[in-house]
Design a binder for this molecule. Structure first.
Ligand code: F6P
Length: 560
């Protein structure tokens, strides 16, 4: 099959991936190996763990507890080749406009490119612009962290509230929680995303407006939730400052001292009343869900400081380089992506649980839900036809060991197979090494239990009453990946996030979809805009279907 670029040049659509020889070979291979268990695979090869473990950018990924052998991996790599993956990676790094429905380059990798790297979009090198913004963010962060940036009444800023949603929230929240150990503990960081007023009210209830800085983070600066919260924040701030200033009155720069913006839309930022001097920009070639290392990470930088932020960018870049230069057969994101395709499309497992054994990563799965599902939850190919294969699985998860006491019952004995990504680190941050040994023992044990289970004979041998034997049996043969890092640091967080970003790219390439648009979020937004005035109207509503009319009218009758 010709690559996507060759297709584009010759103006022919690529062969649908499920019609290719590589896909058909995998389908046949899946049928012929269906009965083979993980126990069989391990029994046959004492060096299996070594053969199916890859390392890169400081991460070690053991995928030996998957239903794969050398043939499976060869066929998966053929599929990647058929999909033109290698060439497409090059095209992304060169700044080609892979986001075809929005005619945009896909260049989150430029956000962490070291000074002096040249990456051009429409003939212009974007890397100097990236570093100019990083420099401004650093200068601003230093002023706020040192206390030299003062609020309107002369008090130092102690509280930072990020207002944003989706990619303008999930990355900042996840990163703050992940790196709180490295953060400035004399400051408070809060995150407001939901248009539900309680989110804002709870975030600011114990904050002093005189000591509070709001970061309005929105790529478009038009998002309903964010702009509603930003306006409410401005009202709250001005009311608080007016009270504090008393007869002296509010200084003219009151809003400017307490509001900064992160956006690509200078016009709307200005219209909101934020001085564009206090705006940190990014570009249309950064997707919202790929933006936590752009200016959208300003709250992260304020929390951990510019040096640690730069360390995080170096981690991202290390994984970028691994992805760009390592042969596909030893390339972590590629292997992770291909194993995902194998499970999703050939073994038929519709979800993936991401289970970090690290409490600091408590929002990592939520972050990945947007990264993976907004990117690859698509049913149309790049060429505009309906896909005939499944795309993104459902991504979910919670940190271990908590998940073990909640939903692991289903993972071990439920009727559906749930592949798991286990993530953990060798060295603890807590200073409580015994806790850490218990944590890591649990993650290793879970992967072992899932793979090998416990047979009826083993249960019987424990003297279990006959009628309980079927309840205590574990089928095993359930796949998982174990990802190990040395320690959770800004660097390793960067490598981990970039690993998943590039995994998403790999899968989107195989599935022949655009991983960088998100048209599927539009319809609900448009309909909500139509319904808002109807909820407030005095007239009964009748222009929707009967269920929607009835919901609107019931709410109208009970809303106050
Ligand atoms: O809901 C869709 C979406 O556009 C996401 O892709 C994005 O991360 C989020 O909304 C927030 O958008 P913005 O940063 O423009 O406010």
């Amino acid at each position: 099959m010709a690559s996507e670029s060759a297709m584009a040049r010759s103006n022919t659509a690529p062969l649908p991936i499920d019609q290719t020889r590589a896909w058909k070979a995998l389908a046949a291979h899946a049928r012929s190996t269906r009965r083979r268990t993980l126990a069989d695979l391990f029994a046959k090869d004492r060096r299996r763990a070594e053969k199916f473990t890859v390392e890169g950018a400081g991460l070690r990924m053991d995928y030996s507890k998957h239903h794969v052998d050398a043939t499976t991996m060869r066929l998966l790599l053929d599929l990647a080749e058929t999909a033109g993956l290698k060439a497409r990676i090059g095209r992304m790094f060169r700044g080609e406009k892979l986001n075809s429905t929005e005619h945009r380059a896909v260049l989150h990798v430029a956000l962490r490119a070291p000074r002096g790297t040249v990456i051009k979009v429409d003939g212009e090198d974007v890397v100097p612009h990236v570093h100019e913004v990083l420099d401004r963010m650093s200068a601003f962060s230093r002023r706020v962290r040192s206390g030299s940036w003062k609020g309107a009444t002369g008090k130092r800023i102690k509280n930072v509230v990020n207002i944003g949603i989706g990619g303008s929230d999930l990355g900042p929240v996840m990163a703050y929680k992940a790196l709180v150990h490295y953060s400035e503990r004399s400051m408070n960081f809060r995150f407001v995303s939901n248009v539900d007023g309680t989110d804002f009210v709870e975030a600011v209830r114990d904050l002093d407006p005189e000591e509070t800085l709001f970061i309005v983070s929105s790529k478009t600066f038009t998002t309903l939730e964010t702009m509603t919260n930003a306006r409410t924040a401005r009202t709250w701030l001005l009311a608080g400052l007016t009270k504090a200033c008393g007869r002296k009155g509010l200084p003219a720069d009151a809003t400017a001292r307490h509001f900064v913006a992160v956006s690509t839309n200078a016009k709307e930022v200005e219209a909101f009343g934020i001085d564009v001097e206090n705006m940190f920009g990014f570009w249309d070639w950064v997707g919202g869900r790929y933006s936590m290392d752009s200016a959208i990470g300003l709250s992260t930088m304020l929390a951990i400081g510019p040096e640690r932020f730069a360390e995080m960018l170096r981690g991202f870049h290390a994984m970028d380089e691994h992805f760009r230069t390592t042969p596909l057969s030893r390339n972590l994101p590629v292997i992770m992506g291909l194993i995902g395709v194998w499970m999703n499309n050939f073994l038929g497992y519709p979800s993936l649980a991401v289970l970090p054994y690290d409490q600091y990563l408590s929002r990592f799965s939520a972050y990945l839900q947007q990264l993976e599902m907004e990117s690859n939850g698509k049913h149309v190919t790049l060429g505009g036809s309906r896909v005939a294969w499944d795309t993104c699985p459902t991504i979910w998860g919670e940190p271990g060991t908590n998940g073990q006491h909640a939903f692991y019952q289903m993972i071990h004995q439920g009727t559906r197979i749930v592949p798991c990504d286990f993530i953990t680190f060798c060295k603890p941050i807590s200073g409580l090494p015994h806790h850490h040994d218990l944590l890591v023992a649990n993650v290793i044990a879970q992967a072992e239990a899932l793979a090998f289970g416990k047979s009826k004979a083993e249960v019987r041998a424990e003297g279990v009453a006959r009628e309980l034997v079927p309840h205590k049996e574990f089928d095993g043969n359930r796949p998982s990946t174990v990802i190990l890092g040395e320690r959770l640091t800004p660097f390793s967080l960067g490598t981990l996030v970039a690993l998943y970003e590039h995994k998403v790219f790999t899968q989107g390439t195989v599935w022949q979809i655009n991983s960088f648009d998100q048209w599927g979020v539009e319809l609900g937004k448009v309909l909500a805009k139509r319904i808002i005035p109807q909820l407030e109207s005095r007239r009964a509503v009748s222009d929707h279907d009967s269920s929607t009319n009835s919901l609107i009218n019931y709410y109208r009758a009970h809303r106050r």
